[in-house]
Write a protein that binds this ligand. Structure first.
Ligand code: UDP
Ligand code: MG
Length: 339
């Protein structure tokens, strides 16, 4: 009997707006592993139906794949959960694909998981339990450790978070991933964030509500290799940093104050030397060093300012975050819609 395992007291606590769980899966060239992933998601959905009486839907967002991802997605069986496919008009990036999935979610709560098999549906069960039984609104996963990553990368990641969170009221948790579950009200809050430059980790933490961290070990990718190389990660970091914090601007101001302070000390020491010894200080080397230091610092600061101005420009243009080329919905009852 559906829902028989869970005491009625818990089922009564399900928010009235909860009609089910939408599972959003962004896909870029994930054709080889997609059918297997859908099998695992279907089993997971069946379990949720039995345990909580919770209906599910999977939303496969094809982010401009060049392989057969969309064809495979269109044919996935809607046995134990409804299946939506949303195909974007080109590759807009993972953050945009997640947003597209969020916009198409029809069932209240939203679970984001990668399409490469690294996010296990078994762990997703745990996330759902924290939401339904624990009453948490944002259940996010974080890498338990980074031992298999290089020292340089760990150093960079740590410094990135220190900078983003510097003076921030709501800190972005370090190591948090995109594998996360949002309650209906958290999902709604996320939809209301107007910005074009989306940094999901930051946004889901910024909205507040009751947040819960779950440590996990990502599974190895089922097929292929990661699409996030160092250059893209760096881009995402700059994106996150400039979207979420004015720390770089503050660092620039601080640097200015610091340099001015040392210049003053240096100036005073020159004056002192001239006054006490009567000799004028030979100036050429100090002049060149001073000029070059200042020149470098100024260029860096202009670059930082430029990042923010670029951000203002893209927000001002207010372009849509993505375009949908085609979409379809197949329900467990056999209903089919396509556009
Ligand atoms: N992805 C996407 N659009 C992109 C890049 C990636 O939809 O432009 C998807 C990709 O198919 C996968 C997920 O985002 O389902 C995570 O990508 P990946 O495994 O390459 O990143 P990593 O796990 O290394 O962070
Ligand atoms: Mg991956």
């Amino acid at each position: 009997m559906p829902g028989s395992e869970v005491p009625a007291s818990i089922r009564e606590r399900l928010p009235v707006t909860t009609r089910g769980l939408s599972i959003v899966v962004p896909l870029l060239n994930e054709a080889p592993g997609l059918a297997a992933l859908h099998d695992r998601i279907s089993t997971f959905a069946l379990k949720l139906k039995q345990r909580y009486g919770l209906p599910c839907e999977a939303i496969y967002v094809d982010d401009g794949s060049t392989d057969a991802t969309l064809t495979v997605a269109r044919d996935l069986p809607a046995d134990s959960l409804d299946v939506q496919t949303v195909s974007l008009s080109r590759n807009f990036g993972k953050e945009a694909a997640l947003m597209a999935g969020l916009d198409h979610a029809r069932l209240g709560a939203v679970l984001f998981m990668d399409g490469d098999g690294q996010h296990s549906p078994d762990l997703a069960e745990q996330l759902v339990r924290h939401w339904i039984e624990g009453g948490y609104d944002v259940v996010y996963t974080a890498k338990a450790h980074r031992q298999n990553e290089s020292v340089l990368r760990r150093f960079a990641v740590h410094n990135f978070y220190s900078l983003v969170n510097w003076g921030a009221r709501q800190k972005i948790p370090e190591d948090a991933g995109d594998f996360r579950l949002l309650s209906p009200r958290a999902a709604q809050a996320l939809r209301m964030m107007p910005e074009r430059n989306r940094f999901f980790k930051g946004l889901t933490s910024w909205i507040g509500f009751r947040q819960m961290r779950v440590d996990y070990e990502p599974e190895p990718r089922a097929f292929g290799t990661t699409t996030f190389n160092t250059r893209r990660l760096l881009g995402l970091s700059i994106e996150g940093l400039t979207s979420f914090s004015v720390a770089p601007l503050r660092v620039a101001s601080l640097l200015g104050v610091l340099i001015a302070f040392f210049a003053l000390l240096f100036g005073l020491s020159i004056m002192w030397e001239t006054l006490t010894t009567g000799k004028s200080v030979p100036g050429y080397p100090s002049l060149v060093v001073g000029m070059m230091t200042l020149g470098g610092v100024q260029l860096i600061v202009i670059g930082v300012l430029g990042e923010y101005i670029g951000k203002i420009l893209s927000e001002l243009k207010a372009r849509p975050i993505y375009f949908v080329a085609e979409q379809s919905l197949r329900t467990t009852s056999g209903h089919v819609e396509a556009a």
